[in-house]
Design a protein around this ligand. Structure first.
Ligand code: CP3
Length: 338
């Protein structure tokens, strides 16, 4: 049963769907909050023994089928000569913000192996310690670029969109540089031992279809092509992925992580066999009663009974104010489903 997640991701027949959750280690978890009281987030990402402890928390306390490395999509900024802070309030900040073509031109591609050695060290010690698959990850180039351009008010992305329209050439250069660093970064994660990868395109939902096609898809494609020879499976997560199942299927990731706008059954029919699908409850769902959670999970699992390539989870990350007991119940219901 230890390889359920990887088998489902390869679309093999499995006795039950595997389950894991985005943000499965986080503030909803009492054990996480206890550690977080003693350390800054920056320390928790940069000190391998702390990142190891957090990565293991959901294995120990939830019994999930895959672990995800405890890190953040923004640490890669350090490999492009930028700094990233995680203040207690207001979300992460990447500094200095990138506002001009000259700045893009001057962005160095530093030695990823060296700059992000603490991530690779975390992966090595996690792998030596756990017996379920470990998921490594990165941000998608468009999502990272948006944070590099303006992390002070990342809900509007006006500056990124304006730049994209007024000077697409330098915007593409920024995406290209991020993609190059990301490929080194993911290859380093693979060498250190991750079993699968997930690319987070959390801000793809602010793009219209033409913009998504021009500014996100080609870079996702470049990353997938670079990783393909390693044989390590890659899942693509986009906010709003159910609107984009066609474009995402065409770039042939191993799996696509879906939001809750379409049913998994319907998505299974739309996405070609051979590409796994993951999801897709609204994270708010985990605030319902345990009875209601159980009913809805069983409905989903029963609708997917005969389907291959299905991984149970949420359409986005666990919310910090989710009752821990409900998350555990969700995982238990999936694991006990017959
Ligand atoms: O359990 C996991 O999913 C693995 C760890 C993980 C984190 N960030 C830890 C984290 C992962 C996969 C991420 C990815 C990430 N980081 C994304 C893409 C996924 C998504 O949610 O759409 C994005 C956009 C970021 C950027 C980021 N990091 C934001 C916007 C924030 C602040 C928001 C918040 O929840 O406070 C962070 C900080 C962060 N990264 C936390 C965690 C657990 C918050 C922890 C805390 O304050 O203690």
């Amino acid at each position: 049963m230890k390889d359920l997640f990887l088998r489902a991701l390869r679309c093999e027949t499995v006795p039950r769907p595997p389950v894991w959750l985005m943000r499965q280690a986080g503030r909803y978890m009492p054990q996480y909050r206890a550690l977080r009281e003693k350390h800054t987030l920056w320390e928790m990402f940069h000190r391998p023994e702390l990142a190891l402890a957090v990565t293991k928390q959901p294995i120990e306390h939830l019994g999930i089928d895959a672990a995800i490395l405890f890190s953040d999509i923004l640490v890669i900024a350090e490999a492009l000569g930028l700094s990233v802070r995680f203040p207690d309030q207001g979300g992460p900040r990447v500094e200095p913000p990138i506002h001009t073509a000259e700045q893009v031109e001057a962005l160095p591609l530093m030695d990823v192996e060296e700059c992000l050695s603490y991530v690779f060290e975390t992966i090595r010690i996690v792998k030596a310690d756990i017996d379920i698959p470990l998921i490594g990850f990165c941000g998608a180039p468009f999502t990272l670029a948006s944070y590099f351009i303006d992390s002070s008010n990342h809900s509007s992305f006006e500056r990124a969109k304006k730049w994209m329209q007024e000077d697409p050439k330098s915007f593409h250069m920024l995406l290209y540089k991020i993609t190059q660093a990301t490929i080194f970064y993911l290859k380093g994660q693979i060498e250190a031992g991750v079993d699968a990868l997930q690319i987070f395109d959390s801000w793809a939902s602010v793009l219209d279809e033409a913009q998504f096609t021009e500014f996100s898809v080609p870079y996702l494609q470049q990353i997938l092509s670079a990783i393909e020879p390693t044989g390590v499976p890659v899942i693509v997560f986009c906010r709003g992925s159910s609107l984009r199942f066609d474009a995402l299927s065409k770039i042939k990731p191993s799996g696509i992580s879906f939001d809750w706008h379409l049913s998994m059954k319907e998505l299974r029919q739309k996405v070609p066999q051979g590409i796994a699908i993951q999801g897709n409850f609204n994270p708010e769902f985990l605030k319902l009663s345990k009875g209601e959670i159980e009913t809805q999970v069983k409905e989903l699992l029963s609708s997917m009974q005969d389907e291959k390539g299905f991984i149970a989870g949420l359409g986005h990350g666990v919310l910090p104010d989710t009752p821990f007991e409900n998350v555990r119940h969700f995982v238990d219901v999936v694991k006990n489903y017959k």
